[in-house]
Design a protein around this ligand. Structure first.
Ligand SMILES: [Zn+2]
Length: 579
């Protein structure tokens, strides 16, 4: 490939990259994409890196409009690439041609933080909307101030998680703002005789309905129903004394479908709503509010878990009462992730019992926890797109997510030494000073080096090595310090491990099949604590170069694993990502 041809490829990648980053292409990611696209350039990495630097500088001087224009004119395929990739992965939505514009919605109850399970609905709804140039709506379903009470912080958590996932929404609705709309619609149904206010004790109603018989309330006149409805709203009826039911088919094989409840009374004094306080005492139930909203908001494709299949059957009765047609509904199977807690009730229970205190506790599979651990949103997205909207149940493991994430962060994360549970090791007979330069990333030498200076005193120098390596450090064993020299272990004492210099060359270590271990010169480094996925701290020392790390940076501690930098002052705190 000629230099000119390479520059052209770099220009295309840099422009596309600039558009993703508000007009500023990033050298590292452009270089990464270049190598991914032209792997044979790996052998000319220094030359390529220089070219990337120059082109990126040039591209970043252009305005965003100009960047877009050039890309559109010369490499339109680079603009649509992402879309093509998704189209390939997701099966088409049914009956798209029936609708003017596809609209999907993600509709969480803000009573808990979102987790990996919720990511499926978000990513699928967002990607499908994008795939058809449609709308992706966010709707907060917060109409149960009693049992599934929402809390103010979660509204923002949800917005933060969607933004993090890169799933920008085109419209936002909050159901607790829409009570008057629901009231208006239920009044229509009551007037039309399609719904009724039932004041039967719950048990009596249940007996009737399981015998496929109407309760005495069902056939009262619409006028009487409306009087009863007023009594619900004005407080004449107390909590649990009346519900509005939607008429379905009393012979429906599933008793849960028969005349399902649409509104109930919730004591506003005891259960104020976090947003609207004590303003309402009559609240719509899930199927009513959701069904009304999907129609009014023009949702064309509902994408949700198959546990909602019965809800579709219920809502279809209401749609027929109104003369509406039900949107397309795609019900995907259950997604299990071995070892991940994806049950909302169990998560909430963990908070009540005090087991968890923070939503980003690494033991949780919340998006906040993944973020804190250094899992990238792109890895979550790829995982979800792999699974797609399959109707069969899917069981994944954490490793599936880690594999995606590793591919993304491995080229980005610089390498450092973290000596877990440090032990002192002294090497004697060191023949001279050593100045070890270890690249921050073996594939990207231009990123720079970590430098270690070893100045032996009377041929002796001491190091921190990890207690985890004790099984390798047997007496008589020959070992190589990564990037430094080879030594022979002489004595493993309780306090001190003694060793003698053996040789310098890496080839020698290879010949001896000496294991490589990492190390830190004693009297250097910074105390470091890595919070592990089980929330336990792994304590040790990180090398001096770590003092320059920045918050949120994802690094690889060699032979230990990837970690996200969470805090840096006198001590370095990191969250373990994965191996
Ligand atoms: Zn009744």
């Amino acid at each position: 490939m000629t230099a000119d041809a390479i520059v052209e490829v770099i220009r295309k990648i840099a422009l596309a990259n600039a558009l993703q980053h508000e007009g500023k292409a990033q050298v590292q990611s452009v270089l990464g994409k270049l190598i991914a696209e032209r792997p044979n350039l790996k052998g000319r990495i220094k030359e390529a890196a220089l070219m990337v630097q120059q082109v990126v500088q040039e591209v970043n001087k252009l305005s965003l409009e100009k960047q877009k224009k050039i890309l559109e004119e010369r490499w339109p395929e680079a603009l649509v690439r992402e879309k093509v990739e998704v189209t390939k992965k997701l099966p088409p939505l049914p009956n798209v041609e029936k609708y003017e514009r596809v609209a999907t919605r993600f509709s969480p109850n803000p009573d808990c933080a979102l987790h990996l399970g919720s990511a499926r609905a978000i990513v699928l709804c967002y990607e499908y909307a994008k795939m058809y140039h449609g709308l992706f709506l966010l709707r907060f379903e917060d109409t149960d101030p009693r049992l599934k009470k929402s809390a103010l912080p979660f509204y923002d958590f949800v917005r933060e998680d969607l933004t993090w996932l890169g799933c920008e929404w085109d419209g936002e609705f909050i159901q607790s703002d829409r009570l008057s709309i629901y009231y208006e619609h239920v009044e229509k149904l009551l007037e039309k005789g399609c719904a009724y206010v039932c004041t039967c004790p719950r048990e009596e109603f249940r007996e009737k309905v399981s015998a496929r018989e109407p309760c005495p309330c069902r056939d009262l006149t619409p006028e009487e129903q409306l009087v009863r409805w007023k009594r619900m709203v004005d407080g004449t009826y107390a909590e649990r004394k009346a519900v509005v039911r939607i008429k379905t088919d009393l012979n429906h094989p599933n008793p849960a479908v028969r005349d399902w409840p649409a509104f109930r009374i919730i004591d506003a004094e005891r259960h104020p709503h976090p947003r609207v306080g004590r303003k309402y005492r009559v609240w719509p139930l899930y199927n009513f509010a959701c069904g009304i909203d999907d129609h009014l908001m023009g949702v064309t494709h509902i994408i949700r878990g198959k546990e909602h299949l019965t809800n579709q059957t219920r809502q279809e009765y209401m749609y027929r009462h109104f003369g509406w047609s039900y949107p397309e509904a795609i019900h995907y199977g259950r997604l299990k992730i071995t070892g991940a807690l994806l049950s909302k009730s169990k998560i909430l229970q963990g908070f009540r019992s005090g087991l968890f205190r923070q939503w980003d506790d690494p033991r949780l599979a919340t998006l906040a926890a993944l973020r804190r651990r250094g899992i990238t949103p792109e890895a979550v997205r790829r995982l979800i797109l792999d699974v797609g909207p399959k109707t069969a149940d899917v069981t994944l493991s954490w490793e599936n997510l880690y594999a995606h994430n590793r591919k993304i962060i491995d080229p980005i994360a610089n390498r450092y030494f973290f000596v877990h549970k440090p032990r002192k090791l002294t090497v004697k007979n060191i023949p001279h000073k050593f100045n070890s330069q270890i690249p921050l990333h073996p594939d990207w030498p231009e990123r720079g080096f970590r430098s270690f200076e070893i100045s032996p005193v009377k041929g002796e120098a001491s190091f921190w090595v990890s207690n985890d390596d004790l099984n390798i450090l047997g007496e008589g064993k020959k070992i190589r310090f990564m990037g430094l020299f080879n030594f022979r272990v002489e004595r493993v004492g309780k306090q001190l491990i003694e060793a003698a210099f053996h040789s310098e060359a890496y080839e020698e270590a290879k010949k001896l099949s000496a294991p490589l271990i990492h190390w830190i010169p004693i009297d250097t480094g910074i105390p470091c604590e890595v919070v592990m996925p089980d929330a336990s701290p792994a304590k040790g020392i990180a090398d001096d170069a770590c003092k320059k790390l920045r918050l949120n940076e994802v690094v690889q501690f060699e032979r230990f694993g990837f970690a996200r930098i969470d805090g840096l002052n006198k001590k370095l705190t990191a969250y373990f990502t994965h191996r």
